[in-house]
Design a protein around this ligand. Structure first.
Ligand code: CA2
Length: 161
């Protein structure tokens, strides 16, 4: 009984641990509504539910944020420096264009995991380059929404180091 309680307490987000920010960029609010052959049938709300239940299992707190606007994403990353312990980011098409997101992620000085639902290396050449990867601890692509869960698992280990 004692051990079970200790294990449960260990999984609870600690009072000291800030939440992990799960950040989604442009058009990801359309998930499950268009192009299911590329991005699957799950909606962003489904992805959020999956992340929240994985976070409970891992003892992490999380916050979820999506915007279609580059500046709003930069603002949220700037706030993360104070408010969050780490960032999981699917920057959508800004992945392939945004020096501003790269600069914001570098300035945040937090562990970052970059996630893509699709395998960007199997797609058009312009998707093969990511401006934000140099700011990331790791990159996960092509595993659908499971990529977000794997990113949370990786961060749960990374944050206790
Ligand atoms: O594979 C990914 O997760 C991407 O980050 C998704 C971006 C794309 O520009 C990147 O190259 C790879 C696009 C997100 C748009 O998502 C939609 C979902 C449903 C309908 C329309 C767009």
């Amino acid at each position: 009984m004692e051990a079970a309680l200790a294990a449960k307490a260990a999984r609870r987000p600690s009072a000291k641990q800030k939440p992990v920010l799960v950040l989604n960029g442009p058009n990801l609010n359309m998930l499950g509504k268009r192009q299911p052959e590329i991005y699957g049938r799950e909606t962003l709300a489904d992805v959020e539910r999956g992340c929240r239940s994985e976070a409970v299992r891992l003892g992490l707190a999380i916050e979820f944020f999506q915007s279609n606007h580059e500046g709003a994403l930069v603002d949220r990353i700037q706030a993360a420096r104070e408010q969050n312990a780490a960032i999981v980011i699917n920057a959508g098409a800004y992945t392939h264009t945004s020096v501003a997101l790269l600069d914001a992620l570098n300035a945040a000085e937090l562990p970052v995991i970059e996630v893509h639902l699709s395998n960007i290396y199997k797609r058009e050449a312009f998707r093969h380059h990511s401006y934000i990867s140099p700011a990331a601890v790791g990159v996960i692509a092509g595993l659908g929404s499971q990529g977000y869960l794997l990113a949370l698992q990786a961060l749960a280990r990374h944050l206790v180091r």
